[in-house]
Design a protein around this ligand. Structure first.
Ligand SMILES: NC(=O)c1ccc[n+]([C@@H]2O[C@H](COP(=O)([O-])OP(=O)(O)OC[C@H]3O[C@@H](n4cnc5c(N)ncnc54)[C@H](OP(=O)(O)O)[C@@H]3O)[C@@H](O)[C@H]2O)c1
Length: 166
């Protein structure tokens, strides 16, 4: 099974502020939906709680939530106490590509497991306490990059980048 991470970050690595995204980029949201459709998606409890109710669970995907709590209920999602247990289920169900979809704590935990990173690199700096972990060019190679311009619906330009572990 391929383990992938998918995230969007600013130039200063910020990915989140006050349990929300610091930007509104509909084509990035569309890319996230298309890339993860039909797959297992693994997220932290805070990311789960930040989803609008109509996207709990994210439709057309098997939603897995990670928490330390034993009695946590996430309607429409499966709850695990470790990332490893969530990945094990995905493997047992013959998933070919499981996606770690954040937030910051779960990306940090997921990085050693990941084979691929789908990273939207936004041309802006943002305020916010949650960041994407640093990863080294020694370990990762860029395999594709597609630019998206500023337009009426997007206040920032950005690149859809895919990195693979060397
Ligand atoms: N830009 C992006 O691509 C993107 C994507 C996703 C999310 N976000 C943003 O990221 C922010 C949320 O990220 P976050 O770092 O605050 O939280 P998070 O990673 O979504 O969730 C953190 C929670 O995960 C659970 N957890 C963490 N490590 C664990 C472990 N080792 N074992 C068991 N459970 C563990 C804990 O839940 P308990 O406290 O319940 O134990 C912890 O509080 C939001 O602002 C969101 O909008 C951005």
């Amino acid at each position: 099974m391929n383990v992938s991470m998918i995230a969007a970050m600013g130039k200063n690595r910020v990915i989140g502020k006050d349990n929300d995204l610091p930007w509104h980029l509909p084509d990035d949201f569309k890319y996230f939906q298309e890339t993860t459709k039909g797959h297992f998606v693994i997220m932290g409890r805070k990311n789960w709680e930040s989803l609008p109710h109509k996207f709990q669970p994210l439709p057309g995907r098997t939603n897995l939530v990670i928490t330390h709590r034993n009695d946590y209920q996430a309607g429409g999602a499966l709850v695990f106490n470790t990332l490893e247990a969530a990945l094990r289920l995905a493997r047992d169900k013959s998933e070919r590509e499981a996606f770690i979809i954040g937030g910051g704590e779960v990306y940090r935990m997921g990085l050693p497991h990941a084979d691929t990173i789908y990273l939207t690199e936004i041309d802006g700096e943002f305020e916010g306490a949650v960041t994407f972990p640093e990863f080294s060019e020694e370990d990762w190679t860029e395999v594709s990059r597609h630019h998206h311009k500023i337009d009426d619906r997007h206040a920032f330009s950005f690149d859809f980048v895919i990195y693979k572990r060397r």
